[in-house]
Design a protein around this ligand. Structure first.
Ligand code: KG4
Ligand code: ZN
Length: 338
């Protein structure tokens, strides 16, 4: 009987929010990772418009896939495994990627692996640092999620806490929208906050009424909007830099307080920071300071791998495949918004 050929090339798709992305990996190593952002489309609205997002994914997905294949120097016939983000995310957007991936897997009779978007964000750190030792405490901070995970071993995810209201990225985006700074807010705030005095404005940190590791950012957002109104801050105001630096610093402190709290109980061997907001230099710095202060190694993906990309999806799919090889495409695979 002919032996089944060991898989080599994997094509991964990511369409959970407002980035259309496709990546080709060779034995878990990224050959191409094409990311087409929809920022320009959503910017006038100050946030992602779900209907526009899914329509744009439909328009661009075949182009993005073709680009990823050509940059990797392979053709669709060479692909041994397909992978796709199943959720969480915008349901219409997720369905575009999922349906496209199902079609390819069905046509080429190849396995299809569904991947959780949040777990994929964490995988971005392992992709660049396969030597990370377990157990790992991972802080995921994105536009849609703010969660703290404990990974006792590879592919085991214990959710310790998540935001009860806004995600940290959403909080940055909403404050930027209020100031009419554009979308996404995080990068604009980071740019304008540079050189600002972060002790100029005082925010009190959100206090959770119950024990545990949940986050809350809506109070901080309300406090920020109050300061903006009281000081009549606008995009050109001389105090804007100081305000944004203070706000950014507070968001970082609120995030890291929970990490610090969890260290005592979970005693991880390494710390990981990931998700779109992990691109933020101030947060990256504070995170590595916290880890160094506790004598722990810390890992943050390079900026391009922090925001949504199919490379991280492919990396996790490859790991899942090695742990439990599948031979056929599961065409029942469903998308989940939450
Ligand atoms: O992970 P991601 O690409 O998408 C989601 O899964 O949500 O994260 C997007 C979020 C947005 O809220 C954006 O404002 C934020 O990441 N972000 C940043 C920076 N770059 C992106 N936040 C702070 N500083 C940045 N440099
Ligand atoms: Zn994401």
């Amino acid at each position: 009987m002919a032996r089944r050929k060991k898989p080599r090339f994997l094509l991964a798709l990511e369409t959970s929010c407002d980035e259309t992305s496709a990546a080709v990996l060779e034995r878990g190593r990224i050959l191409s990772n094409i990311i087409l952002s929809q920022d320009e489309i959503h910017s006038p609205y100050g946030g992602v418009v779900p209907e526009l997002a899914s329509r744009q994914h439909i328009k661009t997905i075949d182009y993005v896939v073709a680009m990823s294949l050509s940059q990797a120097g392979v053709s669709l016939e060479d692909i041994d495994l397909f992978a796709v983000t199943q959720g969480p995310g915008l349901i219409g957007s997720l369905l575009v990627g999922l349906t496209f991936a199902k079609g390819l897997a069905y046509y080429f009779h190849k396995p299809l692996i569904g991947v959780d978007h949040l777990q994929a964000h964490i995988e971005a750190a392992f992709l660049e640092n396969p030597q990370i030792e377990y157990p790992v405490l991972a802080l995921l901070v994105s536009g849609g999620h703010t969660s703290l995970y404990f990974l006792e071993k590879p592919l085991s995810y214990q959710l310790l806490g998540k935001t009860r209201d806004d995600a940290a990225g959403e909080c940055l985006d909403k404050v930027a929208k209020f100031l009419q700074l554009g979308y996404p807010g995080g990068p604009v705030i980071e740019r304008l906050a540079r050189g600002g005095d972060s002790s100029r404005f005082h925010f009190s940190l959100p206090r959770m009424k119950t024990a545990g590791y949940d986050f809350s950012f809506s109070g901080l957002k309300t406090a920020a909007l109050k300061i903006i109104r009281e000081n009549r801050l606008t995009a050109n105001h001389q105090l804007l830099r100081d305000f944004l630096a203070s706000f950014e610093e507070t968001v970082a402190r609120a995030l890291l307080e929970n990490v610090h709290k969890a260290l005592e109980e979970f005693r991880p061997a390494a710390l990981v920071l990931c998700g779109g907001v992990a691109r933020n230099t101030r947060l990256r710095t504070r995170f590595s300071e916290l880890a160094a202060g506790c004598g722990l190694p810390s890992f943050v993906p390079s900026p391009r791998l922090c925001t949504d990309n199919a490379g991280m999806v492919g990396a996790l799919a490859w790991k899942k495949y090695l742990a439990a090889p599948v031979t056929a495409a599961d065409l029942e695979l469903d998308a989940y918004p939450r």
